[in-house]
Write a protein of this length. Structure first.
Length: 238
């Protein structure tokens, strides 16, 4: 009986040591990967990594992770050659194959969301217009001032924000803001003048993890929400 009790105590102690070592290892790996991603992305904000699955050590030895969740703040992407800021990007990477240095890899598939605040969307427009929530999903309120026939005219319009392929079709990487209608009040040229301030396209060219693509978007009080999906997606350097 004493021997069995001793064996049970040894097993419990060893199990506790293994769990402790496993949790230390996963914490170290998360911090190292977050530092690598933050450095590679040139973040103005922070990077947080959460590695799922237990035990971690057996996953690490096989260089394969079940799931890695990533939260980035202050991400800069390139939109038509201009820097545009994403307030936050959250992504889940599945079936991750780690590289030899354990500081990056690639995921078989991934999905996530990103947020562009109205302040950052206003800067991205570069038209002098101010963008705010339009009162319902997919709608923006765009306010612009134009000079026409010696008069300063300010108009607020409700616009649709959508994702297009740059040729008018859906499902691409171009964020398009287009006024539903512009009140003309009988003044020649007012609609085209205001649309030059309120309507714009911004194609997201670079800055997202390689392989992660924009697939949908909507808007609410917080800003414009982008949906992201992809296959063979890069996670830091691989």
């Amino acid at each position: 009986m004493r021997f069995l009790r001793f064996v049970v105590i040894v097993v419990v102690v060893l199990g506790g040591l293994f769990v402790g070592a496993d949790r230390w290892a996963v914490g170290y790996a998360e911090n190292r990967l977050a530092e690598k991603i933050q450095s590679r992305q040139g973040l103005a904000g922070s990077a947080e990594v959460d590695i799922h699955g237990f035990p971690f050590l057996t996953q690490a030895l096989s260089h394969e992770l079940e799931q890695v969740d990533l939260k980035l703040k202050g991400v800069e992407v390139t939109a038509d050659g201009r820097k545009t800021r994403l307030s936050q990007l959250d992504a889940s990477f599945h079936e991750v194959k780690l590289n030899a240095g354990y500081n990056g890899g690639s995921a078989k598939r991934a999905e996530g969301t990103a947020l562009i605040s109205y302040e950052d969307l206003t800067k991205a427009s570069q038209t002098g217009a101010t963008l705010t929530y339009g009162g319902q999903p997919g709608k923006l309120k765009v306010t612009a001032t134009v000079e026409l026939l010696g008069r300063s005219i300010t108009r607020s319009v409700i616009s649709t924000v959508e994702l297009v392929d740059g040729k008018g079709g859906a499902g691409g990487k171009t964020v398009r803001v287009h006024a539903d209608s512009v009140p003309g009040e009988g003044i020649p040229g007012i609609e085209s003048a205001i649309r030059r301030r309120t309507d714009f396209d911004r194609r997201i060219d670079d800055g997202l993890p390689a392989g992660l693509k924009l697939t949908a978007l909507t808007s609410d009080e917080a800003g414009v929400h982008l949906t992201l999906t992809g296959t063979d997606v890069s996670l830091a350097g691989s």
